[in-house]
Design a protein around this ligand. Structure first.
Ligand code: GLU
Length: 365
């Protein structure tokens, strides 16, 4: 029997739970989930929500008699997004924070780093980040397209250890349970291969965008990066009680590695470095002996012309000691090297963070 073990989760909630009638937000299926979020946070866990429902929530407010055009859907999303956020906020005493993303934001390195920093900051300040696709500006080609995959990208950028997809079905079945009475629930999946994709079939409810296929895609992205993924029936309060008790009520897709290990492998082997940062002995000791982040004060020189978010080698006396993602570009680092973090804003006119490479983005070699 698998036990549920997690510390930072992304919880994806589909339109079928937010706006079950397809035209307005409802609390009906969200109470049990809101309780789960509150209790989990009280026990020190971190949660980011990925919530659909803007288009569905705005539908009743935009009067049209034909199939909605793209612009009309974008208008619905603009109206519905605020309703959806307000619907969430009424469950919580802590602030809900709206984060709207497009596929382009996730592809662009600078924006990717900013998203990551913002999510980290929101969690530090005890807010509940609520992510959705920025439907108002994104046309199809620029979209992630469905919130299951958006949930996976969010889990990756936020370095979550778990993605929980709340659906209107109990999990992945051996066949479509709406058509085949012999279909049985698969409680765990160790390896997502073609046979698993074959089980997914087509789209699910008429309210949401995704079906089982996009959920498997999301699980595939996450598990290969060390993030376990769970599909549960969010319409059943019992699903959340079970998770609070440490059991897994739906389908668990096991992570192929621990998130730390997967990230280490990615940083060490996959990422190409674009430059070098040379550091002094004090910085070397802080990185190697104390597991600290790299600060500008310990930097002696910069090589290469890297951008913010790109990978760099960190060197001490010509020896590469670590590899990590730079939070400032090479040009700006030339200006702040050797300086105390509190002077970053004075020198550059802006400050992203007070560290140059965060320890979460750093591997010792
Ligand atoms: N972003 C869409 C919305 O808020 C939902 C997409 C999806 O459900 O996958 O309506």
């Amino acid at each position: 029997m698998n036990r549920l073990n997690w510390q930072r989760a992304v919880i994806k909630v589909g339109s079928a739970l937010i706006a079950p009638n397809g035209d307005e937000c409802s609390a009906r299926f969200l109470l049990a989930l809101a309780r789960f979020i509150t209790i989990s946070r009280e026990s020190g866990k971190e949660i980011i929500l990925v919530s659909s429902g803007s288009v569905a929530a705005g539908r009743s407010k935009v009067k049209i008699r034909h199939n909605a055009s793209i612009a009309e859907k974008q208008a619905m999303a603009a109206i519905g997004q605020t309703q959806m956020m307000a619907n969430w906020q009424r469950f919580f005493d802590f602030p809900c924070a709206q984060v709207l993303l497009t596929a382009d934001d996730l592809r662009d390195r600078t924006r990717y780093v900013n998203i990551k920093n913002t999510l980290r900051e929101l969690l530090n300040h005890n807010a509940l980040p609520i992510v959705n696709e920025n439907d108002t500006v994104a046309v199809n080609e620029l979209k992630v397209g469905d919130n299951d995959n958006l949930g996976a990208y969010t889990a990756l950028v936020a370095q979550a250890d778990t993605l929980i997809i709340c659906s209107d079905i109990d999990g992945l079945y051996t066949a479509d349970p709406r058509k085949d009475p012999d279909a049985t629930l698969i409680s765990e999946v160790h390896n997502i291969d073609e046979s698993i994709y074959k089980l997914a079939g087509g789209a699910g409810t008429s309210v949401g965008t995704g079906g089982m296929r996009t959920k498997i895609e999301a699980a595939d992205k996450c598990t290969s990066s060390g993030i376990q993924t769970i599909i549960v029936n969010g319409r059943k309060g019992a699903s959340f009680d079970a998770m609070l008790n440490g059991s897994i009520p739906g389908t668990l897709f096991h992570a192929s590695n621990s998130p730390k290990k997967a990230r280490r492998l990615w940083l060490t082997h996959t990422l190409k470095t674009c430059g070098r940062i040379h550091v002094d002995e004090g910085a070397k000791a802080a990185l190697v002996d104390r597991g600290a982040s790299l600060l500008p004060s310990g930097i002696t020189s910069i090589e290469g012309n890297f951008n913010q978010g790109e990978a760099v080698e960190i060197c001490f006396e010509k020896q590469v000691i670590a590899k990590g993602l730079a939070l400032y570009n090479a040009r700006d680092l030339m200006l702040i090297k050797g300086k105390n973090s509190q002077h970053i804003a004075d020198v550059l006119g802006y400050e992203t963070t007070d560290v140059v490479v965060h320890r979460d983005d750093l591997v010792l070699l």
